[in-house]
Every structure is written in structure tokens, then in C-alpha cells.
Design a protein around this ligand. Structure first.
Ligand code: SAM
Length: 224
């Protein structure tokens, strides 16, 4: 009988956010597939877990997929972890989920931290209906098309951004959406975490220099 792929969420900045089930799953599986060995080793050392690890988010994806699927088909179990948060959210985890499902291999969620949900829930914006937009493309044309397509979106929108592109992203959002409420969350769950509730136009003047940290932007949906 084939084994199981467990999608194990890991902390996004605070070690205390690992769940009891995540620890048990990481301890029980035959092997762990991770985004970067270095980040996985830091986590596993803290949890005193020793397991065979395969780095699976690199360029040799086809070869690694074959290796992982073969082991799962032979009955082994695997925990998939990303560097932080929920695997398959804004990382290539979804690729492994699809590969398993296509082969009839069971995929089980071991839920936990996710930066998008953490940000949304403290934003104060409407949480009843929301849309996760991930990262905007680096390419000017697709960034523009993405934002233009969201101009009339009424649901609260969640974006991920890296610090070096924050300034440009806020400027592009201001151009596309006009002045709207935006909540800018930096380094959630980390010691210097910050939640800045403002508008896109104000944010544009505040973030006029390159920023530091990891960011989620929660943007108010369109209102008449
Ligand atoms: N899978 C992860 C999750 O569940 O949130 C997201 C992975 S994605 C490659 C990394 C991005 O998530 C960062 O660039 C940032 O936008 C966001 N992020 C991750 N940790 C964060 C944190 N502690 N505070 C704010 N944003 C964070």
C-alpha cells in the first residue's frame, strides 16, 4: 500500500507556534522533504528530531519528484515542509500535492501557521470574504495586469511581498487602486513584529526607502 504525504506547517517566526501534531508527524514519518536543508535543519535540531531529509524545491524537481514518489509508492511516509508556514501557499508545495494525488497517494494536512491568515485576522478588515493574491510578478506587464484585474475586487485582498520590492509594490497598488485602507504587517510573530494600519497614499510616502523584514499587505476591497 502506498504511504502518505503529510503537509506540515511550521512556525513563521516564533518557535512556540509549532503544533503538537506537527512535532509528532515529523518524528513519525520515514523522511522529510523540505524547501532548504539549512532551514529544515535549524527546525529539526530545535525539536531534537533526526530524520533523512531531501531538499525538493530546487531546480532538479523532476528527479526529486521521481525519488519521492517512488518511496511513497513503496509505502514510506513523508512530511513536506517549507522554510516557514504552510507548504503549498506561495511555494512549490502544490506541485508535490498534485503529483501525489495523480498517483493515488494520500495527502494529509497538518495545519498550523500561515502568514496570510495571521495577517488577515489582525488587519481589522473584512474577513468574511477574502482573496489571496500571493506575490506580484516581477515583470511590469503582468504586475500591471494583475493589479488592474483586481481594481473592482470587493473582497479583502492579501499580498505577500519581500522587503526590497515593498516600495514599488505600494506605488503600483496606489496607481491601480487609488487611496484605500492597507494594513502592512511586518515580521509577524517575531520580536519586532509590526502592524501598520494606513492608506495606500500615506504608505507611499512612508515607504520611500527600501525596507527590511518580511511583509504581508492586506488591502481593503473596492467600495462604491
Ligand atoms: N508558505 C508560507 C506561508 O504559509 O505563509 C509563505 C511562503 S512565501 C515563500 C514567503 C512570504 O510569506 C514572505 O516573503 C512574506 O511575504 C510572507 N511571510 C512569511 N513569514 C512572514 C512573517 N513572519 N511576517 C510577515 N510575512 C511573512
Amino acid at each position: 500500500m502506498p504511504g502518505t504525504l503529510y503537509l506540515v506547517s511550521t512556525p513563521i517566526g516564533n518557535d512556540g507556534d509549532i503544533t503538537l501534531r506537527a512535532i509528532k508527524t515529523l518524528s513519525d514519518v520515514d523522511f522529510i522533504a523540505c524547501e532548504h536543508i539549512k532551514a529544515a535543519n535549524v527546525l529539526l535540531r530545535r525539536l531534537s528530531i533526526e530524520k533523512p531529509i531531501i531538499e525538493c524545491f530546487g531546480s532538479n524537481r523532476l528527479q526529486i519528484t521521481k525519488q519521492i514518489m517512488t518511496r511513497l509508492n513503496q509505502g514510506e511516509s513523508c512530511a513536506l515542509i517549507s522554510d516557514a508556514g504552510s507548504p503549498a501557499i506561495a511555494d512549490p508545495g502544490e506541485y508535490y500535492v498534485r503529483a501525489c494525488l495523480a498517483l493515488g497517494i494520500r495527502v494529509v494536512s497538518v495545519p498550523g501557521p500561515c502568514a496570510a491568515i495571521a495577517a488577515l485576522t489582525v488587519s481589522g478588515l473584512q474577513t468574511g470574504r477574502f482573496t489571496f493574491e500571493g506575490f506580484l510578478s516581477k515583470a511590469k506587464k503582468s504586475r500591471y495586469e494583475h493589479l488592474e484585474g483586481l481594481k473592482n475586487e470587493r473582497r479583502t485582498m492579501i499580498f505577500y511581498e519581500v522587503s526590497r520590492k515593498l516600495k514599488a509594490t505600494i506605488a503600483d497598488m496606489s496607481d491601480a487602486f487609488g487611496d484605500r485602507k492597507v494594513i502592512i504587517l511586518r515580521d509577524l510573530t517575531k520580536p519586532g513584529e509590526d502592524c501598520f494600519s494606513t492608506t495606500l497614499f500615506n504608505a507611499k510616502s512612508k515607504y520611500d526607502k527600501p525596507a527590511k523584514g518580511e511583509y504581508v499587505l492586506v488591502v481593503e476591497g473596492y467600495t462604491d
